[in-house]
Design a binder for this molecule. Structure first.
Ligand SMILES: Cc1ncc(COP(=O)(O)O)c(C=O)c1O
Length: 471
């Protein structure tokens, strides 16, 4: 087996002889995309070449925002073959340019307002709040007090297409056009990113191909039909989202000239994770403004589900430098952490390289990727983004889990109490309120990111858990 050259932000690192380690670092390339190997056993934290050991803290806020080159401590980087480096550099240059380009920003602001429907409301969930107050009164939870925190929902489910995914898709589609790419490829799990990308491409007259796992296509058929109606070609890939991602990247590499890979979440080689986070950070910026208008302060706790981390970072990023705002991410515990059938990467994962970046991953002792599982299809990815990994390692954000069954219960509760059917992904964040609320002081302000709407999940709910009396 030949050795593989690893690059981090364009800096060639020493060649690692795979024979010495009986494993090879996987990179984003056509030939080896399916393979994944853990690097933690090659480069340990204490010894070996530095892959970004946790830097000295100077300014907390700057420290937590990474080095500006896609490195968050030892996480992130560009683990890609040479052929992709120049492409990623072009993308990075364009991304950095548009951040302060008046024309781009004006076009994006208009698109977010008139097409996406921003700003999305930050609405008080009065009956849900009351539900928890009643629980505390009747069960003696929270010391039997009658107060309790107030719960607010950031309504990303009201965005065009039904989820937060469009915030990023429309912005990146604009970048694709500026880079003279006439064709966009993407991968989707729940179908929400596929729908968002298909819509953005239709609007900007770009050819769109979306790769999707056969298993996911069956579960999210509503979104498959929507993508087709929006003019996208939907290509099925044996398996789930991780397989679809590999195939989309492979297709991108094969047609680099005219093709733009539109990443839907905060994973992949730099600048993809930073770019997606930047375009999603509108969620947190609006939340700050709206909180100030609604109660004249900041939120005390922000809660979001974590698939790979884009809706969570979108909400968190604005507040990362303010320690008095708690950041709480909820992963999918599936059938339970002990069952091995879950997507709880941060809870039980280990550090490795996959799809071009270093982060926490679900992997076995040999470094082979484990298949994630959750009732929330959009949470089924074996990794999380580098920035999320860093927030866990530094302890700035807290991460917990919710099972399939808890998510179903939370979905039903919000539907009944607030008249909002949340996506099953979102429902994981809502489920954690059962544990969180009794621990909070009276009047604390909790904001839950309602990342998507649950229409797409009705078939799953009917088949998997909703009581037959409701069908
Ligand atoms: C509604 C919804 N919420 C959350 C997620 C999880 O993705 P991320 O962690 O990138 O926000 C998805 C993924 O498809 C989704 O569709």
């Amino acid at each position: 087996m030949s050795s593989t050259k690893i690059q981090v932000q364009g800096q060639p690192l020493p060649r690692v002889s795979s024979r010495n380690h009986s494993m090879r670092i996987s990179v984003v390339c056509a030939a080896s995309i399916k393979r994944h190997h853990r690097v933690s056993s090659v480069y340990s934290r204490e010894s070996g070449p530095s892959l970004g050991s946790v830097p000295k803290r100077t300014d907390e806020s700057t420290f937590l925002r990474g080095d500006g080159n896609g490195r968050f401590g030892r996480f992130g980087g560009k683990f890609v073959p040479e052929t992709l480096m120049s492409r990623l550099r072009d993308l990075e240059d364009e991304f950095n340019f548009v951040l302060s380009d008046h024309e781009f920003q004006e076009e994006l602001t208009t698109a977010l307002r008139d097409y996406v429907g921003r700003e999305t409301p930050l609405c008080f969930a009065g009956r849900l709040t009351e539900h928890y107050k009643n629980l505390a009164r009747t069960t003696g939870g929270g010391g039997g007090r009658s107060g309790g925190p107030e719960i607010f929902l950031k309504r990303e489910d009201l965005s065009h297409g039904g989820s937060h995914k469009i915030n990023n898709a429309i912005a990146q589609a604009m970048i694709a056009r500026r880079l003279d790419c006439s064709r966009v490829v993407a991968a989707t799990g729940s179908g929400q990113h596929g729908v968002a990308t298909a819509a953005a491409c239709a609007k900007l007259s770009l050819e769109c191909t979306v790769f999707m796992g056969t298993i996911d296509m069956e579960k999210q058929s509503y979104n498959v039909q929507s993508m087709k109606l929006l003019g996208a070609q939907v290509k099925s890939v044996e398996g789930t989202f991780q397989d679809a991602s590999s195939e989309a990247i492979r297709n991108w590499v094969e047609h680099l000239g005219i093709t733009y890979y539109l990443s839907g979440t905060v994973v992949g080689p730099h600048p993809c994770p930073v770019m997606v986070r930047e375009f999603q950070s509108v969620i947190g910026k609006e939340t700050r403004r709206q909180a100030s208008q609604l109660w004249g302060g900041k939120p005390d706790v922000l809660v979001a589900c974590v698939g790979s981390g884009s809706n969570a970072l979108g909400l968190f990023h604005e507040f990362v430098g303010e320690e008095d705002v708690r950041l709480v991410g909820i992963e999918a515990a599936g059938l339970g952490l002990d069952s091995g059938k879950h997507s709880a990467t941060l809870a039980v994962g280990d550090i490795g390289v996959y799809h071009g970046t270093m982060s926490y991953l679900l992997q076995d002792d040999q470094g082979q990727i484990l298949r994630p599982q959750s009732i929330g299809v959009g949470l089924e990815y074996p990794g999380v983004g580098p920035e999320i990994s860093f927030l866990k390692e530094t302890g700035r954000a807290e991460f917990y889990t919710a099972t399939d069954q808890e998510a179903i219960q939370a979905c039903m509760l919000l539907s009944k109490l607030e008249g909002i059917i949340p996506a099953l992904e979102t429902s994981h964040a809502l489920a954690f309120l059962d544990e969180l609320v009794p621990t909070l002081r009276d009047g604390a302000k909790v904001v839950v990111n309602c990342s998507g709407r649950g229409d797409k999940d009705l078939d799953t709910l009917i088949h998997r858990g909703i009581p037959s009396s409701l069908c």
